[in-house]
Ligand binder design. Structure first.
Ligand SMILES: [Zn+2]
Length: 461
């Protein structure tokens, strides 16, 4: 074996004599962003400090839009403006729970977005537990009627975050399933992967069923309740949730452009969402996303003018229904959009590039992949999603790409009071900016046309 290594070493010897090619302009821009971008960090720090939580449809989200306009204008973007939309708005109220019997103690929970309300003094009922939404679905209504339903699950952390799609049905749908069977309330194990005593909120959907009170227990509290259900024939809970529906209120998207030189070549849309859940300050979800795409676009704004216009959109109401992205798509569907991408999976490093180009544009996809490889980003394959806010465009046939962020720790903080600035790592944030910059620069300047793909239907999880 040693001889083989020696021979290999000899055969490699001439390599260092080959002079390295000087970095291309894209490589140089990428490496400068990786080493020194400050724009993204400043957006995350300033937005979470000066505005903080910004629940969709509320006065806080409106303040965030004004903040965004001011910041995007100060950065020098063109055509900075708000596009208004309207949404049905829900706001949190009081939220407390305690076990009345047989093991009296407080439980930590939070209402799910869209939850119905109890009376001001709460309700008291026996708890019936299920290990999964399928077990709840299979249960006879008699087992559920008049009870508080508890639903557990086995979500585990993973890099691609796919557990959220699968176990997410517990949050999205279990309350409606419980309501249809006559439950008086539904509490779930938080959709999270941490063991902090923080509940994870998030939207639940009713599909025409009248909302009942619906909440998520912190994972330690959910496991405590499971132990009680194993030990006692009867577990009784007192639950108070007083959220309110405010009716229709304003939301909106904030738009900013890097103008291109060739309008006929089509435009590029990149974005994240400006709204956040109300428990934390929305640092990883999604101040980081809007900051990453904006910082990348800003570096193009400050460099040679791109061939294609790059439009940055800070969407409203991603978390509670998607009124912002629907309004944007409806108002702009005639625009010649050739490429889209969204950053909305936290602030951890990008590990995978999933290109969604027509076959004719494989050389462009290959150039992007080559520029991303030195950032530690693998080439992946699969259907591009382009996030909740821009997915409609790829489904309608625009090319797009996902820069997949590492989701291993994302669901420790997601939709909790712990989604705060200190969870964002500046170096990983810069790696994101460098990746988006390299991709945007290459796609915006591509000399070849960017082809459309066949439209495809929306996949419902
Ligand atoms: Zn988000």
């Amino acid at each position: 074996m040693k001889k083989i290594f020696a021979a290999l070493a000899l055969s490699l010897l001439p390599l260092p004599l080959v002079a390295a090619a000087p970095p291309s302009p894209v490589e140089r821009m990428r490496d400068e962003a990786l080493a020194g971008d400050k724009v993204a960090w400043d957006i995350v720090e300033d937005l979470t400090t000066e505005v903080g939580p910004r629940l969709a449809g509320t006065e806080a989200e409106a303040r965030a839009r004004q903040w965004a306009v001011k910041r995007l204008k100060a950065l020098g973007f063109h055509n900075v403006h708000i596009e208004d939309a309207t949404m049905a708005t829900w706001v949190r109220g009081a939220e407390t729970a305690e076990i009345v019997a047989p093991f009296p103690q407080r439980l930590v929970l939070t209402a799910l977005g869209g939850s119905g309300a109890t009376a001001a003094d709460g309700l008291t009922a026996d708890v019936v537990g299920f290990d999964s939404i399928d077990a709840l679905r299979a249960a006879p209504a008699d087992a559920v009627r008049g009870k508080i339903v508890f639903v557990g699950h086995a979500m585990q952390p993973n890099q691609d975050g796919s557990g959220y799609g699968y176990y997410g049905a517990v949050r999205r749908s279990a309350p409606a399933v419980g309501a249809q069977k006559g439950a008086v309330a539904v509490v779930i194990r938080s959709l999270g992967t941490d063991y902090h005593r923080n509940p994870h909120t998030g939207l639940t959907t009713w599909g025409g069923v009248t909302p009942i009170p619906a909440a998520a227990l912190s994972i330690p509290d959910a496991e405590n309740l499971q132990r009680m259900l194993k030990r006692a024939q009867r577990v009784t809970m007192h639950l108070t949730l007083t959220p309110r529906f405010l009716g229709d209120t304003p939301t909106g998207n904030v738009v900013a452009d890097v103008p291109g030189t060739d309008p006929a070549a089509g435009m590029i849309l990149v974005g994240g969402h400006l709204d956040s859940w109300d428990l934390g300050t929305g640092a990883i979800d999604d101040a980081s996303g809007v900051a990453i795409v904006t910082a990348a676009a800003k570096r193009i704004l400050d460099g040679p003018r791109p061939r294609r216009t790059i439009r940055v959109i800070w969407f409203g109401d991603e978390e509670t229904g998607g009124a912002g992205s629907r309004a944007y798509f409806a108002a702009h569907r005639q625009d010649n959009v050739v490429f889209v991408g969204e950053s909305d999976f936290g602030a951890d490093r990008v590990w995978k590039f999933v290109p969604g180009f027509a076959e004719a544009n494989k050389p462009l996809a290959d150039r992007v992949a080559a520029a991303l490889f030195p950032l530690g980003i693998n080439l992946g394959r699969g259907e591009v999603e382009a996030g909740a806010d821009l997915g409609a465009w790829v489904r309608a046939g625009a090319a797009g790409a996902d820069l997949a962020q590492d989701g291993t720790r994302y669901f420790d903080y997601h939709h909790t009071p712990d989604d705060t600035l200190d969870k964002v790592d500046p170096a990983r944030l810069r790696q994101n900016v460098a990746a988006w910059l390299a991709m945007l620069r290459l796609v915006a300047d591509a000399p070849e046309p960017i082809a459309k793909l066949p439209p495809r239907p929306e996949r419902r999880p």
